[in-house]
Design a protein around this ligand. Sequence first.
Ligand code: COI
Length: 353
Amino acid sequence: MTKITVTKDIENIVANYAYGEDIGFGKTLAPVMIEMKYANGSWSEPEFKPYGPLQIDPAAKVLHYAQEIFEGMKAYKNDSDEVYLFRPDANAKRFNASAIRMAMPEVDVDTFIQTVTTFTDVMSEHVPKGINKSLYLRPFMIATEPTLGVKASTEYSYFVIGCLVERYFANPSVKVMVELDNCRAAPGGIGFAKTGGNYGASLQAYQRTRDHDCDQTLWLDAINKKYVEELSGMNFFAVIGDELVTPELTDTILAGITRDSILKIAKNFGLKAVEKKIDINELLEAIEKGQCSEAFACGTASVLTPIESLEFKDKTYKLTHPEGKKSKEIKDYFLRLQRGLETDANSWAIKVN
Ligand code: COI
């Protein structure tokens, strides 16, 4: 596979990149992007471009039938100015699992890793330092064939864009509302795929969640409206006694890479990792009895964010440790791990620069 060319123009654009103090989340966009096109059954070579609006045909299938997938990943800088990616191979594999479900072409795993690594390397001087800061990368693919038949597109574009980010949520912990009207994903559907429709489907409930002064929606399974699935764009964990419990994966739940990593390191913190069906009524009872002492949201964007309370049918259930306790220990370790500051037995942190 050929190296991605970084021209003098691209280097100059990156060298002159200017941004303010308040980088926020998702608004301080990197000044360059990578694009790769798919046509006639194969991908072109990836190419760096200045960041800018796309020219897209109004009939492109993505605009009508939502044939689109994406990934979320971060690059982290430590005090020695070393920049790391975290498990980019896992993102590449999940991207392809989403592609298959959405009838889109896969991207070669090495090519995917090369695009995100080169993008990060080019942007490395701007990766912000600090425990809550990073460069967020958003690889995505859209269907570009300009025809309105409901069929898989024969043409696609793959992009990597990025942005400098700090904390996803305004507050260090979140209030969660359990959604009972809408459902996010049904068996056999697209819930496990990282595709825009799942996020669009969550927005109406998010408005209700905000009306109740909560920050995140917790989704239950579509059939029984009983078993906890995930939050909108992040996975759910609860600490119950010495168990770290999370819903077992089904085709309605996104297989979070942060989720998987936390399950694998739980034992370092004296917790037994348990993946199972979580009955919302049993969970709320465990919170009331103080058996479930803490809960948290996790994902690339949200990292590990403690849950203060769960609202269910207008009743609020407060967690004993709303600021997190065990989860804080895990989070502190995890943040260091992502920055190459812990011995990484799993070789998850990959040095880029
Ligand atoms: C991520 O965590 O990377 C996501 O894609 C979820 C979204 C909340 C930004």
